[in-house]
Design a protein around this ligand. Sequence first.
Ligand SMILES: O=C(O)C(=O)C[C@]1(C(=O)O)C=C[C@@H](O)C=C1
Length: 98
Amino acid sequence: MDEYRAREVLRRSRQKIDGIDRDILDLITSRIALAREIAEAKEVLGMEILDPERELQIIERTRKIARENGIDENKLTELMKILMDLSKTEQKEMLRRQ
Ligand SMILES: O=C(O)C(=O)C[C@]1(C(=O)O)C=C[C@@H](O)C=C1
């Protein structure tokens, strides 16, 4: 790969990452909106916010996808746990405001 081509690859790849990052943030926003809906349903059902069994299911699925794609299992799991923590924080805040 010559220098001109390398600069073009860098530019285009970063443009694509920018688009992917926007998509990721849009999906995280949608995920949080769904978590808020779940919080309302749980309140009606008298359920706790924390559902360890569901979290374990999500973590196991995450680990499987990490293995299938050659991604560090622990790092991807950390990322998923952050998303779930974000959900729980939003859920608790929403219920506190009610
Ligand atoms: O599915 C639920 O019960 C949720 O509240 C959503 C969610 C999540 O972020 O995926 C958050 C908290 C629960 O402990 C389990 C999962």
